[in-house]
Write a protein that binds this ligand. Structure first.
Ligand code: GDP
Length: 424
């Protein structure tokens, strides 16, 4: 059976939780392939509000095996806490599978992120301070500790000792902090290891076997394409790769397994924190999008920057991910605008770009080229089929398809599952 990759096409917060929940219904395994406990899906289970940051939301379906693949960095303390919260809602969590190749977030990662972000002051990236970036940095530097190391005490101690020598020197000499105690870390992590052991498995072999057995596998990205370490607006990016290609590297399956690549795209654009954002609207319209769309960070409550739909960004996301279809969210937020704007290109220094400019400096100076399109005044959250939508809304969806060259397969008009309108 072919695999499906589902990912965000903008700067995150595209409504992935809702889209993944809708698509998960027909899946047997749901795989998280990058990031750490910084993703944040809000789901309602048994009347309780659950904030899943690391575990794939597939855990809430009894028929789904949730998998955390190699490319995710894991804070074992956080993972066990999250599992406990899910278990307390009455959900069976023993189906979770965790790759032994996942890198561990260690106490010094959290400590170092705190002090280095403070050190950078005004230039700090505004990270979530959960040690995720430092854990990925150590992975690349070949000094990371992995989940499998937890099950060999001698190796764990040895590796930790080597790393701590450097980390403690940085903490004490550069930042004037207290050193971390190796024995205390070993003791804590080995205790956690016992609790983690039942979940740990060779997830690549598991997924390969599942695909051979005709089961449906969904690979779920966190954050969004424009936050990709390589393909995003570096350095205002996350420390891993949300793009489709990385799903394969992380899960350990080949490209021929994948048939569908679903891009989740919000009907307008938002961005959290610093970095270029050509279609940002600092006026009343942007304000209106933010209020109607409730564009405030789930964890921080921080107001998101809002702006018009950007076809250049989506064309880029379609290209670098090989998108085969689009899941368009939050169309209901655009109700009430008589006219809408769609950015079809950029102007930089008198030159027009229909594609993302090849140099970051050009992107920073990019002025959006807009086309106007008729909006619609009525609320659309009651629509149950695509045909129920007013002419303006249908026209808007069709224009996006035309500008990007990828079909929209589902339009979302509200947070509930039934507010998903399949097309065709
Ligand atoms: P994610 O991290 O990509 O899941 O994005 P967010 O954390 O920003 O979640 C999106 C928010 O928008 C959640 O509160 C959803 O319930 C809500 N949402 C998702 N789809 C729609 C939609 O089509 N319309 C509206 N009004 N809200 C939606």
């Amino acid at each position: 059976m072919p695999a499906t990759i589902v990912l965000g096409t903008q700067w995150g917060d595209e409504g992935k939780g809702k889209a993944v929940d809708y698509l998960a219904d027909g899946m047997d395994l749901v795989v998280r392939y990058q990031g750490g406990n910084n993703a944040g899906h809000t789901v309602v289970a048994e009347g309780r509000l659950l904030k899943l940051q690391l575990i794939p939301s597939g855990i809430l379906y009894p028929h789904i095996t949730p998998v955390i693949a190699d490319g995710v960095v894991v804070d074992p303390r956080h993972l066990l806490k999250e599992l406990d919260e899910v278990r307390r809602t009455g959900v069976e969590v023993s189906r979770l599978r965790l790759s032994g190749n996942c890198h561990l977030i260690m106490p010094y990662h959290l400590e170092l992120e705190k002090v280095t972000q403070r050190f950078l002051g005004r230039n700090a990236l505004g990270t979530t301070k959960r040690g995720i970036g430092p854990a990925y940095a150590d992975k690349a530097a070949r000094i990371g500790l992995r989940v499998q190391d937890l099950f060999d005490e001698r190796i764990f101690r040895e590796k930790l000792e080597i790393v701590l020598r450097e980390k403690n020197a940085i903490l004490t000499k550069l930042y004037g902090r207290l050193p971390l105690e190796g024995d205390a870390i070993v003791e804590e992590y080995l205790e956690l290891a016992g609790e983690l052991r039942p979940y740990v498995t060779d997830t690549s072999a598991l997924l390969h076997g599942a695909l051979r057995a005709g089961r449906h596998v969904m690979l779920e990205g966190a954050q969004g394409t424009m936050l990709d370490l390589d393909k995003g607006t570096y350095p205002f990016v996350t420390s891993s790769n949300p793009v489709a290609g990385y799903a394969l590297a992380s899960a350990g399956i080949g490209p021929k397994e994948v048939e569908r690549v679903v891009g989740i795209v919000k009907a307008y654009v938002t961005r959290v924190g610093a970095g270029p954002f050509p279609t940002e609207d600092l006026g009343e319209d942007g304000e209106r999008l933010g209020v109607r769309g409730q564009e405030f960070g789930t964890v921080t409550g921080r107001k998101r920057r809002c702006g018009w739909f950007d076809a250049v960004v989506l064309r880029y996301a379609a290209r670098v991910n090989g998108l085969t279809e689009l899941f368009l969210t939050k169309l209901d937020v655009l109700s009430g605008f008589e006219r809408l704007r769609i950015c079809t290109g950029y102007r930089v220094d008198g030159q027009t770009f229909e594609d993302l400019p090849p140099h970051q400096s050009l992107f920073h100076r990019a002025e959006p080229v807009y086309e106007g399109i008729d909006g619609w005044l009525e609320e659309i959250d009651d629509a149950r089929t695509f045909e129920d939508l007013p002419k303006g809304a249908r026209g808007y969806v069709r224009r996006i398809e035309e500008l990007v060259g990828v079909p929209v397969s589902v339009v979302s008009v509200g947070p509930a599952r039934e507010q998903s309108l399949p097309i065709g």
